[in-house]
Design a protein around this ligand. Structure first.
Ligand SMILES: [Ca+2]
Length: 153
């Protein structure tokens, strides 16, 4: 329930329209990647996971940055998967979308931007990677329960 409420709140805001609405993917990603733990009012904050996490522009939309493009490729390669499954699969693949030397999932763990090479942890990879692995590695970003595998037809 704790994971569902923010999504419901985001959906409710969405029905009101306007700039208060948080896009569905962003709300889902914030919860799945545990960024909601940074700020109890994350649903109303534009600072918790900004649009530039996946998009080039601060207002979202096209074009997407390298991490956003990695997610798009994930959708393309598995059209039946939902957003949470694609996000999890991209992180499990251990890619480094922006090519800054820090894998996407490690950057997410360190709260830097996986799609911007100018944003990366200021500590050696081995150090951050060890903390990431100790915290559970990619498994900590698994899809919410009940969304583990793509649905068959
Ligand atoms: Ca990176």
């Amino acid at each position: 329930m704790r994971r569902i409420l923010p999504l419901l709140a985001a959906a409710a805001l969405g029905t009101l329209g306007g700039t208060l609405a948080m896009p569905q993917f962003r709300a889902a990603a914030i919860v799945q990647l545990h960024y909601d733990r940074l700020d109890p009012l994350w649903q109303y904050s534009g600072k918790v996971m900004s649009c530039t996490f996946c998009h080039v522009g601060k207002g979202g939309g096209a074009p997407w940055n390298p991490f956003g493009q990695a997610l798009q490729k994930g959708f393309a390669s598995n059209p039946r998967a939902n957003f949470s499954q694609v996000l999890s699969a991209v992180l499990q693949a251990n890619g480094d979308a922006d090519g800054d030397g820090y894998p996407d999932a490690v950057e997410i763990f360190a709260r830097t931007l996986p799609g911007d090479p100018a944003s990366h942890p200021d500590r050696p990879l081995a150090e951050v990677q060890a903390e990431y692995d100790a915290a559970g590695g990619a498994a900590q970003y698994a899809p919410p329960k009940g969304q583990g595998a793509p649905k068959g037809r």
